[in-house]
Design a protein. Structure first.
Length: 179
């Protein structure tokens, strides 16, 4: 984690892998494909988001082979209780400014696995997203107020503010469904 406890890229990939296993047991190949597909759809191909070693996750005690698959060549893996706790902790990590590629991926992963959190923790995550969006909107409003009047730039700023207003309205409605 960074100093502010927000996620570094490898921890973002951990959320993707652990979250995929939280939904159902999967083979190593299935986990790798799921993580690669999801991350590349959100941020495009990225060397920073290369997969983590399943062997490392096993050594850390957060994933294990299903007992009934122990003798298979490509056994299915599942989360251990420690893995479930790690996933919940990572899902509740702070988010840096929401307008970076990594932050967009973190938000997408939080949304994908939000149902794994308790209702109060879900509400807290939505409130954090709302606070970040309000702050981002305020930065654009201040920039608009300080603008030298170049109409094309003001048009772009108005679009950004409108998009953020739409996101805020969506978050407000979404918050009521997260209970």
């Amino acid at each position: 984690m960074y100093r502010d406890n927000s996620l570094v890229p490898i921890e973002t990939v951990r959320i993707a892998a652990l979250g995929a296993l939280a939904t159902k047991p999967r083979t190593y190949g299935e986990i790798a494909a799921d993580v690669r597909l999801f991350t590349s759809r959100i941020v495009g191909p990225s060397l920073d988001l290369m997969g983590i070693s399943i062997e490392l996750l096993r050594a850390e005690g957060v994933v294990e082979t299903l007992v009934e698959d122990a003798e298979q060549k490509d056994p299915r893996l599942t989360l251990t209780p420690a893995g479930h706790e790690m996933l919940l902790r990572l899902l509740q990590a702070p988010i840096r400014s929401p307008n970076t590629e990594l932050s967009r991926l973190v938000v997408a992963l939080k949304m994908r696995f939000l149902h794994l959190l308790e209702p109060a923790a879900r509400q807290e995550q939505v409130a954090i997203l709302r606070t970040l969006t309000v702050a981002e909107r305020q930065r654009y409003v201040e920039l608009e107020e300080q603008s030298d009047g170049a109409n094309l730039f003001k048009d772009w700023l108005a679009l950004q503010i409108q998009l953020l207003d739409t996101r805020l309205a969506w978050l407000d409605g979404f918050s009521t469904r997260c209970v």
